[in-house]
Design a protein around this ligand. Structure first.
Ligand code: NAP
Length: 267
């Protein structure tokens, strides 16, 4: 029995990377998917692949940094399918730079706007629908929202905000039956690192980490689907993430050193 068959699932950032892989993994269970991101052509590619696996798919080009656009996304989903069961807040971007090399600290506003508020806006719009279905909110945060690697200060701050917000919301929503699953992936193969902005505000162009050593987006998507089916509180994607959480309490300086080594930071 497929737990998510017929469920209406809204996914932001579904045009590439983890969002696309998640849509494709879910599609096998024949849900009704609502796919959002800014680039219509890439969303249509995702939708075509999902339909070929048996899912229904609606494409709604959306910039999640706009509260109005997020309301329109949720309205379009509810109008088309009559309900919303799961909202996956996945759209995001990264910055890879030392904070003291940024010419303008306001660069961090963009990350907060997309990674944090871009999850808050769809959630606010979808809540009335999710309460009716006793549905689930999935927040794709990051392990950088639990520990804080160097070179990722702005990104880590935005993901800490995501985790803080959704952990609080989970308690507020307990009586309503709406669940909250926080996903905190370790590094995953995707475009996010090559698209990440450097200190000069331009995309790095190349990933600063060897992508072949990272978890594939497909494997990450399988772990997320399992987390959705079980309505888990927290989904981690690597053993070192689980160790890092305990390490922060028991040996925080060691975790700092390991985090610096992982991102190649030499001080
Ligand atoms: N890859 C990793 O190592 C990793 C690790 C931990 C957490 N994560 C998180 O996982 C999520 C997905 O990242 P990814 O690695 O799959 O990156 P990705 O391949 O770069 O995908 C990012 C997605 O977000 C969409 N997006 C970007 N800006 C948007 C906006 N303003 N409005 C709507 N959609 C927007 C992009 O589509 P358009 O450009 O078409 O809008 C794309 O679909 C992010 O929240 C990221 O922080 C990633």
């Amino acid at each position: 029995m497929e737990a998510l068959a017929g469920k209406v699932i809204v996914i932001s950032g579904a045009s590439s990377g983890i969002g696309r892989a998640l849509a494709l993994e879910l599609a096998q269970q024949k849900p009704r998917l609502v796919l959002a991101a800014r680039t219509p052509e890439r969303l249509e590619e995702t939708a075509t692949l999902c339909r070929s696996r048996g899912a229904e798919a609606l494409v709604v080009p959306t910039d999640v940094t706009s509260a109005e656009a997020c309301s329109m996304l949720i309205d379009a989903a509810a109008k088309q399918f009559g309900a919303i069961d799961v909202l996956v807040n996945n759209a995001g971007a990264a910055m890879w730079a030392r904070f003291d090399e940024l010419p303008d600290a306001r660069r961090l506003e963009e990350l907060m706007q997309l990674n944090y508020l871009g999850s808050v806006y769809p959630t606010h719009a979808a809540l009335p629908h999710l309460k009716r279905t006793r549905g689930l909110i999935v927040a794709i945060a990051s392990i950088s929202g639990l520990i804080s690697p160097p070179l990722l200060s702005g990104y880590a701050a935005s993901k800490h905000a995501v985790i803080g917000f959704f952990a609080s919301l989970r308690i507020e929503l307990q009586a309503s039956g709406v669940g909250v699953t926080i996903v905190a992936p370790d590094f995953v193969q995707s475009e996010i690192l090559s698209l990440a902005t450097g200190a000069d505000g331009k995309s790095l162009g190349n990933s600063p980490l060897d992508q072949s050593k990272l978890l594939s987006a497909e494997k990450c998507a399988k772990k997320i689907v399992r987390g959705i089916e079980r309505r888990k509180r927290l989904v981690l994607t690597s053993e070192r993430s689980a160790w890092a959480r305990w390490g922060m309490l028991l040996a925080p300086k060691l975790v700092d050193r390991i985090a610096a080594r992982i991102v190649g930071f030499r001080g």
